[in-house]
Every structure is written in C-alpha cells, then in structure tokens.
Design a protein around this ligand. Sequence first.
Ligand code: GLA
Length: 718
Amino acid sequence: MIMSAISASAEIVDINTQASSIILDATPGRPLQFLYYGPKLSPADAAVLKAAGGPRLNAYPAYGMTTVSETAIAVRHADGNMTLDLNVESVKRDGHVTTVTLKDTHYPFAVDINYRTWPDSEVIETWTEISHDEPSAVTLTQFASGYLPVRFGDVWLSSLWGNWGNEAQLEQEPLTHGLKSIKNKDGIRNSHYAHSEIMLSLDGKPREESGRTIGAALCYSGNYLLRIDTDHSSYHHFFAGINDENSEYHLAPGERFETPVLALTYSEEGTGGASRNFHRWGRAHRMAHADRERKILLNSWEGVYFDIKEKEMAQMMADIADLGGELFVMDDGWFGPVYHRDDAKASLGDWTVDTRKLPHGIKGLTDAARKRGIRFGIWIEPEMTDTMSLLYREHPEYVIEEKSHKTRYGRGGNQIALDLGNPAVQDIVFSIVDTLLTKYPEIDYIKWDANACIKNHGSAYLTSDNQSHLYIDYHRGLARTLDRIRAKYPDVTIQACAGGGGRANWGVMPWFDEFWVSDNTDALQRIFIQWGTSYFYPAIAMASHISATPNHQTLRTIPLKFRTDVAMSGRLGMEMQPKDMTSAEKDQCRKAIAEYKEIRPVVQFGDLYRLVSPYDRKGVASLLYASPGKDKAVFFWWRTENFRNKQYPRVVMNGLDPDRTYRVREINRIDRKPLAFEGKSFSGRFLMSTGLELPVTHDVPADDRTEYSSRVLLLESE
Ligand code: GLA
C-alpha cells in the first residue's frame, strides 16, 4: 500500500512489505527525495519522520545541475546539452507496483522510477524506465537501476569475489571513505570474478542472526557496476545498474529504456535474515519451477569428458538408475556431424548428433533412459560457435567480431560468441532448443552452457554509430530468446552454466531452474563456494555433484562420505564414472540417494540457518535447513581443518521451534556404532542453546580412517 497512514499529505509515498518500508517525498514539481528505508514504520512514527531528520537526498541523482557527487543517470540530449534536472510529475499505483514519474524541467525527457512489492516477500524491487520526446536520439551515458543512501556509521560490506573454480568467495569489510566498486565486464557471464549482490550490515561487523542488514541484488545477466561512495556527507551512497562503460546507449524518441531490477531487502536478523528473504522471494517469484523438487542426476562430464559413446551412455544410465537417481545428463561431446566435437576446438553451432559416437542418435538414448525409468538431459552451448563449424562457414556475419583487427578466439582456440543482439541469431539460438525438443520430446533437462566472454567488440548487425549497444543488446537478445523458449517449453528443466559458476545471477533465473555453482567439484573447496553463494541463492538453485577422487580440479583425495555430505547440502547430483566405483561405494551412494529423497523437501524448500562459517576458520563449518513449518530440519556439519587436539566449537543450532521436541537421526552414517544421541529427542530450546557434541572422528575400522569427518542429522519433531 502506498500513501497510507504515513501522512495526510499526498506527497509522501511509502512502499511497504510486511516488515519494511521505503519512504519517499514525491511532491510534484520538486526532486524526488529519499526519506527512509528500514523496518515498517507505525503510522505514529511515520507522521513525525520528517521531524526526526533524515537523508532528504535525491532518490535518483542526475548529472548536470549538480556535479560533485556520484549520480544514477547522465545523458547527452539531442542538442548536445549534458544536464538533467528531474522533478516529480506524478505518482501511479498499479497493484503492487508504484511508479513515480520524473520529468526534466526543460527537456521532454522522463524517468519512471518503479517499485514492486510482493505480499509474501520481504523484497522491494526497483527499476527505472527512461524515455524522451526530443527531436532525435538522446545518448544515455549512465543509467543505474537504483540508488540507496545508507547513513554513515559502522557499516560493513559483504560481497563475493572469485575466479573460475573458486567462485563466490565471501569478503566482509568495513566501508571506508572513497569509492568501492564491484563490476563485471565479461559481456556474457557475470559471476566468476564478482557477484552483483551485496549486503550492508549497519551495526558493525556482520552477524548471522542479528543486526540491521540491507541486501541488494542487481538482477541482470550482463555487465554490471555496483558503486558505494562513502564521501564527505553523512551517507554511504549505493548505486547499482548495468555497467555503462563502453555501453553508451542512443535512445530514440519514443523508445523506452528499461533498466534491470534491483532487489532490496531489509532484515534485523543479520545476514542470515537477509539471505532467507532473498531465498523466499527468489523461490516464489524469480526462478523457474522453484515449487518442484529437483531430480537427482548423473552428469557425464567428469566421468567421460568428450569421450561420449553409446555404450558408456547406456552404462551410465543403467548405473544411475540402479543407484536410485532420476535423470541422466549427457554433457559436451555428443554433436558435430562434420567437424567432430572430440575436444573444445570444433563444432559448437552444429547441434546434430555425431553418429560415429551415437549410432542410434538421441532417440536411442531417450529410449534407453525410459527403459531404465529415468529421464534424459543434454548439454548445449547455444550462444557460441567455433570457426570449425558449419554454422560459422555459412554465417560468419553472425559472430561478434571486428574485421579490421586480427580476431581473438576463446576456448579451444576457435570459439567465438554469436551476436545475440541480431534477431536472426536469436532465431538460430531459439531453433537449436526448439529442434531438439521437438524432435526429442523426451528430453527433460537442458544444461545451457556459455563458455565465452565477448572479445573483438564488433557487430555486423549494429550500425557503426550504435556499436556501443553491443553488450546491452546481447542481453536483451538473450532475454527475448529465453522468453520464446519458455513460452513454448514451460516445463523443461534448464540449468544455467557458464564455465562453471559464471551465471549465478538473479538476472537469468526467471528462465532457469538452477545453476552450476562451479566447475570445481572438490568437496572441501565447495563448502566455501556454496557458503558464499548461499548469501543470495537458495539450495534448490545450487547444483552440487559428488565427483571422483582424487578430485580433478584440486587433486585432493576426499572420502565418499564427505563428498556426499557436501553435495547433499545443495541440489544433489553425481558427476563421475560410476563403473569405476567399488560395490561398497555404490552401496554408500545408493543409500545416500535414498536418504536425500527423504530430506530433499527440507533442503530444497526450507529456510537456511548458517551456523559456523568456514571463513571463520574454526575448523568446522555447519548449517541447517528448517522446513517452513519447523517440523523437520537437516543439520550439516563438516570438519574443514584437521589438527590434532584442536578445540573445535560445539555447534548451537538455530531455526527450530524452541517448544517442540526433535528426534535425531544420522543420515549417511558410516560409523560402526550409532552416535550417543541417535534416536534420542531434544527440545528445540536445548538444541538452540547448547547443541549436540559431535565426535570429530568417525568410528570406522583403522584402514578406513581418513583426515575427514562430517555429519548430517535429520531432526524430526514428534
Ligand atoms: C564448461 C562447464 C562444464 C562442462 C564443460 C563442457 O566448462 O562448466 O561443466 O559442461 O563446459 O565442455
């Protein structure tokens, strides 16, 4: 509701979730002023808000008339003038969307600032729409989705940095003076090196379950720029939007430029509360099929890499079916009728089967899957091509390339991105998926990969004066293509992968069911990667696979129990050659898969409580998922360091009902004797004040002992 009890005067706009409010002064003819973001105000407090003092800062600062501070928008008008002076024109409400329209005092130039709320979510989405009626194009040189002033204080920033194979590393630091920027310039993938989400802890060092916390997630699949300017004023100025670098946009008269959604959340339950707000909102409103349990799958990549053969595919399907899995995904290597996909050098773009490898084609595989009682999935990388491909030979003009210099290629030395801003390329990408799903309707799952960045800034489709539209048009083209795919194929499961975790962003999730968190499947390192990712994404989005040992990325040897216990904290899958497993290992996996089916609803739909962070280096990491009704919970505990006689913390749980009693059952047990508390019942109050003392080693025969230990406990209320 807006313009509610806060004030009788119509100029005040309040945007409310059940627990939070953004309050603006939208007096017509004056700049839109930001007054408040915090817990939902009572009418009495709202009535005296202005008297309390507050930011009264421009809610969408524009460049030109004032020039000394960071701005959200900057333009060059049709006549070359570079100033904007935006005042409120009107406020509209349409269901849960509030739109404040700002108009320039001189030019026919307008910005709509939109805010959307959801009755069941603690997230406020904000985005802008820019338009004008000037005689010719206006050049947009800066176009943030939103701005938020945060009172100067002991404010800490939580953000994610990373690299391929080491994505989503949590970093927490106090905000100090100067400009902190978090950015992406890859062009296609945007979450390997940094993430477009942050949290701000307003009460000093971030705490998991207490402290005022603001979360912000820019929901965009392309280049982004987040800025926090801590200047001479009493505020930290936060801006988030598309990265405008090399992306100035020429907006034609009458055209509307819509910026991506910036999702904001406020919690007084620390970073944990902000995460849960994002997870609930994302599952309800921003990802595909988040009400469906995810299938347990085997992916072929680390098992056979490019060496796809019908016999092995059949054997892998038989194995995963035998282990209790529900889906088999054939990864890279299956296609290339002329140029063969035997390595990363060729045939992206030619999405027909290599019959040398698969004489009975995909139909043979879907038939085999059906016979095994499992579903079938397939890998594609539809946004890219290789110079060694029929597609490139026929349509060299469809790639992102700049003809006057020597072209730079990506993976395999021949790979190059298609120019997805071009509608003809959008048709091709659509038809890749359309052809597969029409010809083989039994395909249940697509792993949609994107292993290239944009190099060679150049589009044969864009006019020479609009080359700077390349990045933005690419992502509009991607969105359009995915819209078409989803309109025709609403049910197919689609994973977003981009050289591992390059597409863990809310920008793509409306079309995708999950993302591949990282190409690094090392269970120990995954604890850190998944922990960081969990700040913004729920477990159901995080594909997490048991892989072989020694691990292919780190060469670390980790026992199956630990690998399983880590993978089960996300969307469980396997990614190895099952025929290389011993029968004892297979039994262990079979049991784990059966037990995961029991805990799956809690992990995938539950609320996350992070208990001990691996980043705190206490030697253990631990988290818990509680079902929404708090009748069930799954507790994960992993020892992350092994030092003799180290004092490990006793982990206190969270998220349970203090007044209920929970019976404890260990999942994936390998110990000879059950734990002392196996089958015993404890009150939620006890578990959340004292917790259980976990043995730090496993009670297994001497030959089976390793340096690793981990526990998964199912807690069921009686
Ligand atoms: C990327 C993905 C991997 C795998 C390979 C196939 O690297 O992240 O999971 O699919 O491509 O080439």
